[in-house]
Design a protein around this ligand. Structure first.
Ligand SMILES: [Zn+2]
Length: 556
């Protein structure tokens, strides 16, 4: 696909590449004249729209066309939907990466996995850093969120200051005592912010988000009343919650154990970069049965019923070390991400069949969101008092909702854009630019590519309708079908083989009527049509039909 260049080389503007209009895979292109910057570099887990693919990535084809101008990749925090695409993007856009220590620690893990360790220019930043790159100057402001070491990015450009919040909430009692830096936001507002780009994830939710410590108190209250073993499923990146669970275990005389590889790796990276209070597991999973029930607290992965996660495997009885039994309690300390509800409920059913008590977050304060609710969103607008506002990070309806809030706050120009829409930022106005036809890329096994390259569209057809494979023998000189037609199917009802023989007879009879000396390809096309017609009439389905042929001198 050909892309048009950004239309004014001396302008300042943004182009959302992911995260605006659909939640996840956050990436924003900011251009300041000839200098391009990517803010965040996230992935999305692939769903049924791309059967078999593992991850959805930003449009690597588009990034390839601008890569020579990309001066830096700036990361706001270490969640997968903000850093997950880093190794794939760096392969087409080998730019220096800037992030806080914990974020870069997580990036290093990914680079190591991809054999890229030591090959990437990584630059640690903190809230004291000032970084000048080309025509832009970057500052970072501490925010609170559901992972440590998060920042907003304040960018000084020739037209004015742009503030990109990243993901944030205002946690008034942060677990790591790293407070949301209200003063810096207010000061930025005093000095004048031209454009505020703010997280819309919870724009539909009224009020103020509850604090992480509040979730800790809720968890402690629950765990205190439990006599048997306790299993807490959580997001492994939530180091704050892990720390709280470590403290709770210590207070209640329980020993902590980790189930799930990612819990170990996030905790290890957190310890390596000096985040305080990260618990060490005190019980090895293989020694679980040696610990008295009331002394055990197992933190585990799998709150979203991810296949392969510790909780999912324990629920179906395939975990090598965890055997649920009556008297156990499983606490789901995470929200059910929309789209995952069905599989989570199925997992809860499976856990319950072991006689285990399951506690979900509904109506209980055992989980706290990492994203600002409406009152906090409004508070941010009042602190920063920007001239222009663009909501970011959210489904389209969430963006509209926050835009409405911004208008109520009296912000002069509020513009809603989605992925692929360029927005020129001028001193006195925002101006819509071109629409870039961005397309998702996928990680599929070990290959990355777009839907065409990976033949992803064919998978849905094959999955829903099945596949019929036909093999013909074509007589080399007479150019007609000789010998028997062979038919095999995958995922098609054959009525115990009866449709196979009936279809074979039908195809053989019809092909025999073709005039001799037909080109082999024409014979195959006719065969494909006949097979499709047969199955449409016989079973009401349109399977994918694959026809292959051999050319033979005579029938065998
Ligand atoms: Zn986040």
């Amino acid at each position: 696909m050909a892309y048009e260049p950004l239309d004014e080389s001396n302008s300042v503007g943004i182009l959302p590449i992911g995260g605006l209009g659909r939640i996840g895979m956050n990436m924003m292109l900011l251009w300041v004249g000839e200098d391009y910057f990517l803010i965040d570099c996230g992935v999305l887990f692939a769903d049924e729209q791309a059967p078999g693919a593992d991850l959805v990535l930003p449009d690597l084809g588009y990034l390839n066309t601008i890569s020579s101008k990309v001066r830096a990749i700036i990361l706001t925090h270490g969640h997968e939907d903000h850093i997950g695409a880093i190794p794939h993007v760096l392969k087409v856009c080998p730019a220096p990466v800037y992030g806080t220590r914990f974020t870069l620690g997580l990036v290093q893990e990914k680079l190591l996995e991809h054999g890229m360790a030591g090959l990437v220019d990584t630059n640690p930043i903190d809230p004291e850093s000032r970084v000048e790159i080309g025509a832009a100057r970057f500052e970072f402001i501490r925010v609170t969120h559901s992972i440590p070491d998060c920042v907003s990015v304040l960018i000084d450009t020739p037209v004015g200051k742009i503030l990109h919040t990243g993901d944030w909430k205002i946690d008034l009692e942060p677990v790591d005592d790293e407070h949301f830096d209200e003063e810096r936001f207010r000061k930025a507002g005093d000095l004048g912010v031209l454009l505020l780009l703010s997280d819309s994830t919870n724009a539909m939710v009224p009020g103020w988000s509850s604090s992480e410590r509040q979730a800790g108190r809720g968890l402690e209250e629950q765990i205190r009343s439990i006599e048997g073993r306790v299993f807490v499923a959580m997001f492994s990146s939530n180091i704050h919650r892990l720390r709280l669970l470590g403290d709770i275990a210590a207070r209640l005389g329980r020993r902590i154990c980790f189930a799930g590889r990612s819990l170990h790796s996030y905790a290890r990276v957190a310890r390596e970069v000096g985040i305080p209070g990260v618990p060490h597991p005190e019980v090895d999973l293989s020694h679980l049965e040696l610990v008295p029930d009331h002394e055990l607290l197992v933190c585990m992965t799998g709150s979203q019923a991810e296949p392969g996660s510790a909780l999912f495997r324990a629920a179906v009885g395939t975990h090598p070390h965890i055997r649920f039994r009556r008297g156990d309690t499983v606490i789901l300390s995470a929200r059910f991400i929309p789209g995952n509800e069905r599989v989570i409920h199925e997992m809860i059913n499976n856990i319950s069949r072991w006689g285990v008590n399951v506690i979900t977050p509904k109506g209980l304060s055992i989980h706290a969101s990492g994203h600002a609710h409406r009152d906090e969103l409004r508070h941010m607008m009042d602190l920063v008092r920007p001239r222009f506002f663009v909501p970011i990070h959210g489904e389209y309806s969430f963006l509209l909702r926050q835009a409405e809030l911004a208008r109520q706050a009296g912000i002069e120009n509020v513009t809603v854009i989605e992925n692929g829409k360029m927005l020129h930022i001028e001193p006195h106005r925002l101006r819509l630019g071109q629409t870039i036809p961005l397309e998702p890329y996928y990680l599929d096994g070990t290959i990355t590519g777009n839907a065409d390259y990976l033949a992803i569209r064919d998978r849905g057809k094959a999955a829903y309708n099945g596949v019929v494979a036909v093999h013909l023998q074509v007589h080399r000189s007479l150019r007609h079908v000789s010998g028997q037609v062979q038919i095999n199917t995958v995922g098609v009802c054959t009525d115990d083989g009866r449709h196979l023989s009936a279809c074979k007879r039908f195809v053989e009879q019809e092909l025999a009527l073709l005039p001799p000396f037909a080109p082999s390809r024409e014979i195959c096309d006719a065969c494909e049509m006949l097979v499709r017609r047969y199955f449409r009439r016989a079973v009401g389905k349109k399977p994918v039909v694959l026809v292959t042929y051999d050319e033979k001198q005579s029938a065998e």
